[in-house]
Design a protein around this ligand. Structure first.
Ligand code: NAD
Ligand code: WQD
Length: 352
């Protein structure tokens, strides 16, 4: 019996595959590398010393998906595959609706045909939109404010309808807050294409000298220092949350949403300070206008995941920054060849 991991070559998927392999699960990965590199799969093998079957298949290719289910005995699916850039989704909504929603519909149809009804789905705190208060709990009204977020909200609704049409399904909707950090080995981590949209990869690229300075989007929010507050969660804690959710969907039927966050919020300036401390590098920054569509303060109430999945996030902010930094310094160009750069033993990047 195996688990199918869609999007397993990506940032969160690759970390989850490592935890699953280490825990002894047999996994099959499907990814089309639209936002990842084959090298991440080599790194998963290197960290775990274990192998797995991989399919370079697009979820939009239903026949390709079918063959995966014919060729493997799949018991449950973790579904990470999706496009995730908020800004890009505003510019290219059709691409997002097609990829994320049609991809999920194809997956569910093929699962249904093969009698596989256990699913762990990557949702997002973005489904809450601009919350009335914090901490946010799962009962809050949903109101995604951009096409990417709406794909997540719509998929949650589709999966709820699916369960209500057939109570044999068992589905966990995992609403991640802000995943950061990397595996302790420094071999896998977040590898954004082009200019990073998210705070942590941007900070670490400034620290490593790839970018000149960080723009801090707004300092007039109702937070301790006026900058935006988020619930940053270590990607390995998140990965472990998936294993807990998997156990739940294998044991019970139903559809349930869970916040995966720490319950603690940090501001942009606090994140910069923490990163400067662990990296020993200065992060030049300047305050600019708020980013359109941004919310001020967002952090989770993670109690439901604790009570029903037996999961909490253990890793603190310093560890999140240290692990991000190790990944960044060891892989200044992400999974690309290190090109003409080398890292000396005192952590200085030099051209060769
Ligand atoms: P990622 O882009 O690193 O990983 C997603 C993977 O899915 C990539 O490897 C990509 O190539 C693959 N993929 C995309 N469309 C595909 C398709 N049609 N067929 C096959 N493979 C496809 O993103 P991530 O950060 O690892 O996020 C994983 C999931 O979690 C996504 O669904 C994302 O929306 C969700 N999520 C991410 C965050 C975050 O901040 N990283 C927060 C909340 C939710
Ligand atoms: C964090 C804070 C910014 C960049 C996004 C998606 C969300 C989810 C996670 C997938 C905010 C500030 C950022 C920068 C800054 N992804 N910031 N300068 O916006 O909470 O969430 O990623 O589901 O859907 O919207 O994360 O990392 O972009 O921003 O000042 O260059 O950092 O304003 O306060 P966000 P983020």
């Amino acid at each position: 019996m195996g688990l199918l991991i869609t999007g397993g070559a990506g940032y969160i998927g690759s970390h989850t595959c490592v935890e699953l392999l280490n825990a002894g699960y047999h996994i099959v990965i499907v990814d089309n590398f639209s936002n990842s590199k084959p090298e991440s799969l080599n790194r998963i093998r290197r960290i775990t010393g274990k192998d797995f079957t991989f399919y370079n298949v697009d979820l939009l290719d239903k026949d390709g998906l079918e063959s995966i289910f014919y060729e493997n005995e799949i018991e449950a699916v973790m579904h990470f595959a999706g496009l995730k850039s908020v800004g890009e989704s505003v510019a290219l909504p059709l691409r997002y609706y097609l990829n994320n929603i049609t991809g999920t519909l194809n997956l569910c149809e093929v699962m249904k045909e093969h009698g596989v009804k256990q699913l762990v789905f990557s949702s997002s705190a973005t489904v809450y939109g601009n919350p009335d208060s914090v901490p946010i709990d799962e009962g809050f009204t949903l109101g995604a404010t951009n096409p990417y977020g709406r794909t997540k909200q719509m998929i949650e609704e589709i999966l709820s309808d699916l369960f209500h049409s057939d109570n044999e399904w068992s589905i966990a909707l995992l609403r991640y807050f802000n995943p950061i950090g990397a595996h302790k080995s420094g071999l896998i981590g977040e590898d954004p294409n082009g200019i990073p949209n998210n705070l942590m990869p941007f900070i670490s690229q400034v620290a490593v000298g790839k970018r000149y300075e960080l723009n801090v989007f707004g300092d007039n929010y109702p937070s301790r220092d006026g900058t935006g507050v988020r619930d940053y969660i270590h990607v390995v804690d998140l990965a472990i949350g998936h294993i807990k959710a998997l156990k739940k969907v294998l044991e019970t039927k139903g559809v349930d949403a869970y916040n995966l966050g720490t319950g603690i919020g940090y501001s942009v300036l606090e994140m910069i300070k923490n990163f400067e401390k662990v990296s020993g590098r200065k992060i030049p920054c300047k305050i600019v206008d708020p980013r359109p569509g941004d919310i001020g303060i967002c952090y989770a109430n993670p109690v439901k995941a604790k009570e029903e999945l037996g999961w909490i996030a253990y890793r603190g902010i310093e560890e999140m920054c240290e692990d991000t930094w190790r990944w960044q310094i060891n892989n200044p160009n992400g999974y690309e060849e290190h090109a003409n750069l080398t890292i000396t033993n005192n952590n200085i990047i030099q051209e060769v």
